[in-house]
Design a protein around this ligand. Structure first.
Ligand code: C2E
Ligand code: MG
Ligand code: MG
Length: 737
């Protein structure tokens, strides 16, 4: 259209120019009204045109120069008449015009125009040749300033470049789906992502949409098609889908595909253009993170979080369906700390991995095992036939774990205590069930390790009581609710009370006197024992000083030491300061440690004990015979006395087995240079037996119950030289050599 308009205009210009020339030649008669009208009309068009319109002859001399050109170039008409056409352009070749003379079509080009002030601007130039009646050629030029257009083009180019750069930088593939022809353009990068590559290889991918869909993972393709349909049918404002696409090298890549449809005025999509990003790395990382969040790194077993979710699922299923029994086993390894401390954490870790492996071999395929943390494991059975089936599994596990394991050249024995919680109605929450199993496990441990216990309600009540004790215990030391009771220890050789054992009692404001069996393990577990121990050592030493100052016979006070103290306290410094404060010599204090406590202590944690032993503090091995009963260990430890546990003393002289054990123990201890104290002596027959077997000292209700300090002082005052009144009668019945 524009081209036609311009050529009509140029034809008119030719007419005007020729009429002007004719007028100048004085051939006015040739002028007609039509021409005059035409000239005026055309002159107006030329004068008002925003384009520059210039006529020039073959030599470039300008003969027509409209106001539009004046504005463009800055030259006035008069000035322009003195110029050549080439002066208005940068790099103009006059020869081009000659080509027009030889009949070639109009010149239409873009060029750089030069204005009067020396600046230049981009212009679109059309030059036509107009044949004159007289044969002289005149050329007309229409010049349009295209600065604005060029700028827009430049911006567009820049923005396209930026987009190209961005998409290359973002590593995105591009696709453009012409919905009318049903052809898809896939960019090289798009193809590269699925391994088809650019160039020749890229040709493997055609332009059918099926090239894409046929490569999408069977599990993702339906969702992809639905997401696409939703967008094309206008239900979503953009298309976005994450799916797997088959890679030519095998396997799948995860891609994120995003697009927006181009729609016509009716809203019908005609085109869908978008990008495809390879998100495989992110997807894999997400998958790994999800896995890590739900699994234990060491054993690879599901972790607590995962387990609780499974347990909750089983609970919900049981709550919603016909009664089905489900439940869990809570496993805690016995003496795992000993392995860790003696063989090191590396072996400890390997042991946990080995245990995990053995557990897997014990359970049915549907049951799940998890590591709850530390040395705790759990097994979930989503359906179990009856209680027996659950206890049988516990037995099976214990049997399997009992077989020794070889780890890095060490033979390691692993035993577990197991708590079982079952439910048939799913009314207890997952958390409650885990806690029930935990409580049952603690009960199993308390009954002697390597056992299992089934949770029952009474256990829960007991657990609540334990919690109450724990709460109360925290305030006890500061409230001064602890007292020490003292029990005499009679030396059979000298027939005198040469020492006593300080035993802890809790004077509870509501419950009355509480014995250590009820709170000691809680105090140990919660660490409150540390505070208590400081108090009782100080108190025992203070009491001892008080008795001495009162002129009572000087005896050695025996204090029980908790194994925990060696780990968490500087026992050596504590003992030294208590002795110093009470001005007591080391030999007036005796420390009692249980056999188990010594066994579970590492060599380094026993150094303070060795130092105290060397300083003269007396050391006793308490409850001897209840732990490892290994006399071999006795040589390794710094001890003066062993205290034979009351469970052995109880059945002598009636039980021949215990008779042999006690007699044997006394003999062996003496060979090792250790003194023997027998605990729990309640009958004269026991006393006689012990004396006959050369036991060094005795302690028990027969000789005196643990009493508070004031009562015990009376026994000391009246008794010792000679022995207490009750003992005096006793003496009468005994035959001393
Ligand atoms: P233990 O050190 O073996 O203390 C002896 C226990 O046997 C005491 O129980 C004592 O009352 C009891 N007993 C003494 N003679 C007889 C008897 O003829 N027959 C019977 N059946 N029992 C007798 P108690 O006071 O209940 O202490 C229990 C355990 O608690 C102690 O066993 C000791 O291991 C621990 N314990 C007591 N006081 C303390 C303490 O101050 N610190 C620490 N760490 N542990 C303590
Ligand atoms: Mg003791
Ligand atoms: Mg004892």
């Amino acid at each position: 259209m524009a081209g036609l308009a311009i050529s009509v205009l140029l034809f008119d210009i030719a007419l005007v120019l020729s009429s002007t020339r004719a007028r100048a030649l004085g051939i006015a008669a040739l002028m007609t009204d039509r021409f005059r009208e035409s000239e005026e009309r055309i002159r107006a068009v030329i004068d008002h045109a925003s384009d520059g319109i210039i006529a020039f002859d073959a030599g470039g001399r300008i003969s027509t120069y409209n106001p539009g050109a004046e504005k463009l170039f800055g030259y006035s008409k008069e000035e322009a008449f003195g110029l050549r056409f080439g002066d208005l352009l940068a790099g103009w070749q006059a020869s081009k015009v000659e080509e027009l003379s030889s009949g070639s079509p109009d010149i239409a080009t873009e060029c750089l125009a030069r204005s009067k002030d020396g600046t230049s601007f981009p212009a679109e130039l059309t030059i036509s040749r107009m044949e004159q009646a007289r044969g002289a050629d005149v050329y007309s030029a229409i010049i349009r300033d295209i600065t604005a257009r060029k700028l827009t083009e430049e911006k567009l180019r820049e923005s396209e470049e930026r987009y190209a750069l961005a998409s290359r930088g973002a590593n995105d593939g591009l696709w453009d789906w012409n919905l009318k022809t049903d052809e898809v353009y896939f960019s090289n990068r798009w193809k590269e992502i699925i391994g088809a590559g650019a160039g020749a290889d890229g040709d493997e991918v055609g332009s059918s949409p099926e090239e894409w869909f046929s490569r999408v993972h069977a599990r993702d393709v339906d969702a992809l098609r639905k997401t696409l349909a939703d967008h094309l049918e206008g239900r979503t404002s953009f298309f976005e889908s994450e799916h797997r696409v088959k890679h030519t090298a095998g396997g799948y890549r995860w891609v994120l595909s995003r697009a927006i449809a181009v729609r016509d005025e009716h809203g019908t999509a005609s085109r869908l253009a978008g990008s495809q990003t390879d998100v495989t790395t992110r997807k894999n990382a997400e998958k790994q993170l999800r896995y890590d969040a739900l699994h234990d790194q060491l054993t690879g077993l599901p972790n607590r979080t995962f387990f609780m979710a499974q347990l909750e699922k089983a609970r919900a299923a049981a709550a919603g369906h016909a009664p089905a029994l489900f439940g869990l086993l809570f496993l805690d390894m016995d003496r795992f700390k000993v392995v860790n401390d003696s063989l090191g954490h590396m072996i400890g870790d390997q042991l946990l991995v080995a245990i995990a492996g053995r557990l897997k071999a014990c359970v049915r395929p549907g049951d799940s095992i998890c590591r709850l943390g530390g040395d705790e494991f759990a097994v979930l059975f989503e359906e179990v036939a009856d209680v027996q089936a659950a206890t049988q599994l516990a037995e099976r596990i214990q049997e399997k774990l009992q077989q020794p394991l070889r780890i890095s050249g060490h033979e390691v024995y692993a035993a577990v205590s197991i708590g079982i919680a079952l439910s048939s109605d799913g009314r207890r929450s997952a958390e409650e069930m885990l806690r029930d199993a935990d409580i049952a496990m603690y009960r199993a441990k308390a009954q002697g390790r390597g056992r299992y216990e089934l949770f029952d309600r009474r256990m829960h009540a007991h657990a609540v009581e334990v919690l109450q004790i724990e709460t109360d215990l925290r305030r006890t030391v500061e409230r001064d609710e602890f007292v020490l009771h003292y029990q005499p220890i009679l030396d059979l050789g000298q027939r005198r009370v040469l020492s006593c054992e300080a035993l802890l009692r809790w004077q509870h404001p509501k419950r009355g006197l509480i014995y250590p069996g009820q709170f000691l393990s809680i105090a140990e577990e919660t660490g409150i024992i540390n505070e208590i121990s400081i108090w009782l050592l100080k108190e025992a030493c203070r009491q001892s000083r008080e008795w001495r100052d009162a002129g009572l016979p000087e005896i050695c006070v025996s204090v029980n030491i908790s194994p925990r103290q060696f780990v968490h306290q500087d026992v050596e410094a504590l003992v030294e300061s208590c002795l110093a404060e009470a001005r007591l010599e080391p030999a007036s204090l005796q420390l009692e440690l249980t056999e188990g406590a010594l066994m579970e202590s590492s060599e380094s944690s026993l150094r303070p004990l060795t130092n105290l032993y060397q300083r003269g503090v007396r050391i006793s091995l308490d409850d001897f015979g209840t732990g490892y009963s290994s006399l071999v260990y006795l040589r390794r430890f710094p001890i003066h006395n062993i205290k034979i546990d009351q469970s052995f003393v109880k059945r002598v002289p009636a039980d021949p087995g215990d008779v042999a054990v006690v007699a044997g123990l006394i003999g062996l201890a003496h060979t090792l240079g250790l003194r023997v104290i027998a605990e729990g002596v309640e009958t004269a027959a026991q006393l006689q037996f012990l004396r006959d077997n050369n036991c060094d000292a005795v302690q028990g209700y027969l000789l005196g119950r643990p009493r508070e300090a004031a009562t015990f002082a009376k026994v000391l005052a009246e008794a010792n030289h000679p022995v207490a009144a009750s003992l005096r009668d006793l003496q009468a019945t005994m035959t001393f050599d």
